[in-house]
Design a protein around this ligand. Structure first.
Ligand SMILES: Cc1ncc(COP(=O)(O)O)c(C=O)c1O
Length: 351
């Protein structure tokens, strides 16, 4: 067995972001006759794909002079319900900055506490639409404007977000496949801000000279699927997945809309089943958006020739969601219990 050692993280925590493994999902790949690859983003230090965006957002604020590390109290302010805030809080600590987050007060206490452990100031506020000045993201913007040496990093519309994936995740994926003489034939993932999809999609389309097929994956309650399929902003229902789904085309999603080949709708039943299958068949303990992404990758692969390589993102691990996803009561409340195949019900260990 050969073991590769990671390069020294000489610049500290931020150097340990990225360069994640690309994992072949063997059982699914063998079943489909196409290779399904999952980029193992849960291995980032903050535990998710959003560490990459967080680092680029902080660097952008520094480069634009919005925060000056040499002056008192450099402060990062963001509206985030989860993984972006966690990534930003880690980076803020590592750089000696303050961090302040506004989030809808519907978020779990586990997430709020984690941010507090990381030294952040956290403001859970009542959920309301983005058109309302009291929306969590608007409150973050207004708070930053009142402070000296503070930046609202604006993850939804700041272009530094998708660039993180154009300059890091995309090149890593292509290099990892090429190292084994493989092409990248398809890429799909779900979108929250759209940064992950746009950055990777743009890089892959460019470097494969248009060969790589691209399709955002969408849960119920999001407009991205209907926007791509028929130019409307229709949405129906809601999803158990957290951190994805959109009611608008953000400035981070817009730059990939002209190059997409298709869109994939994934019902919650398929996403949750895939979370359980990944655990059972691949030994991977991932969150709901990873389940959705892999389900979408399988749908995409079925329409590509045998032997094709389809890549998707394993966004974060299952830890933050375990008390819901493995609870019989929660599954029944969400009408998802019936979706779990009989042989996987052994994982539903919480009442
Ligand atoms: C678990 C998870 N998956 C996927 C996403 C979507 O990533 P992006 O915002 O780059 O579209 C997020 C965003 O926060 C997330 O937290």
């Amino acid at each position: 067995m050969s073991l590769k050692f990671p390069v020294l993280a000489s610049k500290g925590l931020t150097d340990a972001i990225g360069n994640t493994p690309l994992i072949r999902l063997h059982k699914l790949s063998n079943e489909l006759g196409r290779n399904i690859w999952g980029k193992s983003e849960f291995q980032n230090p903050g535990g998710s794909v959003k560490d990459r965006a967080a680092l680029y957002l902080v660097k952008d604020a520094e480069e634009r002079g919005l925060i000056d590390p040499a002056k008192p109290n450099p402060t990062i302010v963001e509206g985030s319900a989860g993984n972006t805030a966690i990534g930003l809080a880690h980076i803020a600590r590592a750089r000696g900055y303050k961090s302040i987050f506004y989030m809808p007060n519907t978020q779990s206490i586990t997430k709020v506490n984690l941010l507090k452990f990381l030294g952040a100031e956290v403001y859970p506020v009542p959920p309301c639409p983005v058109s309302d000045p009291l929306n969590y993201n608007n409150q973050a913007r207004d708070h930053a404007a009142k402070l000296d040496n503070a930046a609202w990093t604006n993850q939804f519309d700041n272009q530094a977000n998708w660039k993180a994936h154009y300059y890091t995740t995309g090149p890593e994926i292509l290099a990892q496949l090429q190292e084994h003489g493989l092409d990248c034939d398809g890429f799909t993932c779900s979108t929250g801000t759209g940064g992950t999809f746009t950055g990777i999609a743009r890089y892959l389309k460019e470097k494969t000279k248009g060969q790589c097929k691209l399709a955002p994956a969408d849960p119920p309650g999001s407009v991205v699927y209907s926007y791509i399929k028929n130019g409307t902003m229709e949405r129906e229902g809601s999803s158990f997945t957290e951190g994805i789904g959109q009611g608008r085309i953000t400035d981070n999603l817009a730059p990939s809309m002209k190059i997409v080949d298709d869109a994939i709708f994934v019902p919650d039943a398929d996403s949750i089943t895939m979370v359980y299958r990944l655990l059972d068949e691949e030994g991977l303990y991932v969150g709901g958006t990873s389940g959705l992404n892999v389900a979408a990758a399988c749908m995409m692969a079925k329409n590509l020739p045998k032997g094709s390589n389809v890549v998707t993102i394993l966004c974060d691990s299952g830890h933050k969601y375990a008390d819901k996803v493995f609870s019989k009561k929660w599954l029944q409340e969400k009408n998802l219990y019936e979706a779990i195949p009989e042989h996987l019900l052994k994982y539903v260990i919480l009442k």
